[in-house]
Design a protein around this ligand. Structure first.
Ligand code: IMP
Length: 441
């Protein structure tokens, strides 16, 4: 059995912890979309590791971590992560390329992608405040180049002549944009970008591989694979709250196109959700309580340490939204849920859960496709009793769970018709209640 881990909300659900846990049972851990806009936090034996690009299975010795074709790959960030993992002894003496391989077909984030991301955001704010609130890591511009068929792929980094042509053409175009559209004096220097890219190519050589081929071999041998999604369903470029989304397919289907495996692969999809909701960046967020229940929002943010792992930005906070979650279950084909950070809610007398939206006189049970409508909906809540007199942090058995928390879980399962197979009660690997085995029959 293979599994796909997807964010069922707007990202930051705690996928890193779940991937780290489940990696114990997988042979291959694969990132298939996004790039270093992700921030996956792992806490093992009290030690925190934050990964942006390298799959979160890296802390398990002997597992192969793959960066597949659907990822946009920033080589500078990649080598920073390899070096810091090596320095921390996390690779157990193995050479980086023995543990991590990068697809020849992944597209490369070059310095001008970051420049364009920043200028677009600055420009958009001047233009009436419609900025996306990106991570400014160059993700969108790199995917733009890929889709426009002018991107450089990882394999080009070791083909100097091809690379020269590709980068030259791209830079000429970017400089026109810089001068005439963004009206800035900044320019991209071809020689600098090209010579740095060649050096990177040399260093990257041992890591470059036919990742699709490796995965096909693994499937033939029935070796378990874990596909690690980044960001979340509602940030998907096709199915999310467009245009306030990232530029890739964050849904489970992205694992297929983003890694080149076939549809006949037996796979289970595990959706990761927090017991409440957060969002970074702009865009609709129906259950947001930043202004309506300011103190509660601040309390959740503080207890839950809701600050971006990539940018440090405070995350917007709201109650759990089952309308959005039901949508995520459908779009991804989720068969089991991991419920994260339930311990963060333990100090509250009452917990709210959104079960429908109101739009004018209408009641909606499904997520509206139009961002304009989603911006205007009001959440309809069920109020459940909290469990303020219990300390649920670190609980690892069902018998220890307060009745109210069990009721909260049952409410979610009954509404979504999907079992909660993992309950996280703290950031540590061991602070987890395993209620089902996603790799099992
Ligand atoms: P980009 O992916 O940097 O282009 O950002 C687009 C949107 O996705 C912004 O709202 C970001 O805040 C959001 N985003 C990107 N990566 C993550 C993530 O890993 N967690 C949460 N939000 C993210």
């Amino acid at each position: 059995m293979n599994i796909v881990i997807v964010g069922a909300q707007w990202g930051d659900e705690g996928k890193g912890k779940v991937v780290d846990l489940y990696s114990a049972k997988a042979d291959y851990i694969v990132r298939y979309q996004g790039g270093n806009n992700a921030g996956h936090t792992l806490v093992v034996n009290g030690k925190k590791t934050v990964l942006h690009l390298i799959p979160s299975g890296i802390l398990h010795a002997g597992k192969t971590c793959l960066i597949a074709n659907g990822v946009v790959f920033d080589p500078d960030v990649f080598f920073q992560e390899i070096t810091s993992l090596e320095n921390a002894g996390a690779l157990n003496g193995a050479a980086g390329h023995e543990r991590v391989r990068v697809s020849e077909r992944a597209h490369v984030i070059l310095p001008y992608h970051r420049t364009l991301d920043r200028l677009r955001e600055e420009h958009a704010s001047k233009d009436g405040g419609k900025k996306i609130g990106t991570t400014v890591r160059g993700i969108g511009p790199a995917y733009e180049d890929k889709v426009a068929r002018r991107g450089a792929q990882v394999v080009d980094l070791i083909r100097p002549e091809l690379l020269r042509e590709k980068i030259k053409r791209a830079i000429e175009e970017k400089n026109v944009l810089l001068e005439h559209h963004f009206k800035t004096s900044e320019r991209i220097n071809f020689d600098e970008v090209y010579s740095a890219a060649l050096k990177i190519g040399e260093r990257l050589k041992p890591y470059i591989a036919d990742v699709r081929g490796i995965l096909t071999g693994a499937l033939q041998q029935k070796r378990p694979i874990l596909f690690e999604g980044a960001q979340g369903t509602l940030l998907d470029v096709d199915h999310g709250t467009y245009p306030f989304v990232t530029s890739s397919n964050t849904v489970a289907g992205g694992a297929i196109t983003g890694s080149g495996v076939g549809l006949n692969t037996p796979t289970r999809v595990i959706g990761i959700t927090k017991a409440y909701t957060t969002r970074v960046g702009t865009g609709p967020f129906p259950t947001e309580i930043e202004t309506t229940e300011k103190e509660t929002a601040e309390k959740i943010r503080k207890i839950g340490a809701e600050f971006g792992a990539t940018t440090g930005r405070p995350r917007r906070v709201g109650w759990l939204d089952l309308v959005a979650l039901k949508y995520a279950v459908e779009v991804n084909g989720v068969s089991g849920l991991a419920l994260m950070k339930a311990d963060v809610l333990q100090d509250f007398d009452h917990i709210k859960i959104c079960t429908a939206y109101r739009l004018g006189t209408q009641t909606l049970y499904d997520l509206p496709s139009s961002g304009h409508d989603l911006d205007r909906v009001e959440p309809a809540y069920e109020v459940l009793p909290g469990w303020p007199s219990y300390d649920t942090k670190g609980i690892t058995s069902v018998g220890q769970l307060p009745e109210e928390l069990q009721g909260f879980i049952k409410f979610i399962e009954d509404f979504l018709k999907v079992p909660v197979i993992l309950l996280s009660t703290g950031p540590g690997r061991e602070e987890t209640l395993l209620l089902g085995d996603p790799f099992g029959k």
